[in-house]
Design a protein around this ligand. Structure first.
Ligand code: SAM
Length: 203
């Protein structure tokens, strides 16, 4: 399916959509002191932003925790073999006070262990291939509260930096069309690695 076009959205899927200057504005608009998950954590940079801006009651951080640091990050903060240790140390005090929980494993498998309607909002930024995003989104729909928010990173058709096709637009548009979701925020990125925030269309 790599270069098949995504399904087109209809007006009802974007009629409430507001454009944001970047993804860092998203947590400012999300519920505070909430139950949150970030799926795909890497160096925990966005996790830190979520903590600082929203003070979540619970923040679940899901990752395989066997990746190296951002290619552009110099010096490197961690290697694949100490990725988990790095995150554990970084969020040591939040883990101690039961605010942050680490879940190591394949994202959709970890999500399958969470009860229904658990999270107020969830940030997805792990596997960007269609098959992976589709699985993460299916779990996200289940674990987010009715009226909760699903934020999807990298709503882009082709990653020019990695020179690979992404399946994010395909999977997101399918959720909007088939599951009755709408996009309420589109957060810009200078290279158009945009984020979208989805919620179920209100009756
Ligand atoms: C782009 S990085 C996340 C960046 C982070 N959200 C931020 O904004 O700073 C993607 C992360 O997803 C993880 N990942 C990729 N596929 C995964 C999967 N199927 N299950 C769990 N983690 C995965 C990688 O290990 C990597 O740490």
């Amino acid at each position: 399916m790599q270069f098949e076009f995504p399904m087109s959205l209809e007006t009802k899927h974007i009629r409430n959509c507001v454009m944001l200057k970047d993804r860092y504005e998203i947590p400012l608009l999300m519920p505070k002191n909430a139950r949150v998950a970030e799926v795909g954590v890497l160096g925990g940079d966005f996790s830190e932003h979520i903590i600082q801006t929203t003070n979540p009651e619970q923040l679940y951080l899901l990752d395989t925790f066997c990746s190296g640091d951002w290619p552009s990050h110099k010096p490197k903060r961690f290697q694949p073999e100490n990725h988990f240790d790095f995150i554990q140390k970084k969020f040591h005090s939040e883990i101690e006070k039961n605010q942050v929980h680490l879940m190591k494993g394949i994202s959709w498998e970890s999500l399958s262990k969470i009860e229904d309607h658990f999270f107020d909002w969830i940030y997805l930024d792990a596997d960007h291939r269609y098959s992976g995003v589709k699985r993460d989104l299916a779990q996200a729909i289940r674990v987010v509260k009715p009226g909760g928010y699903i934020v999807m990173n990298d709503y882009i058709f082709y990653s020019h930096t990695e020179q690979i096709a992404y399946g994010v637009i395909h999977a997101v548009n399918e959720v909007c069309i088939n599951e009755g979701f709408e996009i309420i925020y589109l957060a810009l990125h200078p290279q158009m690695y945009c984020d979208v925030v989805m919620r179920r269309i209100q009756a």
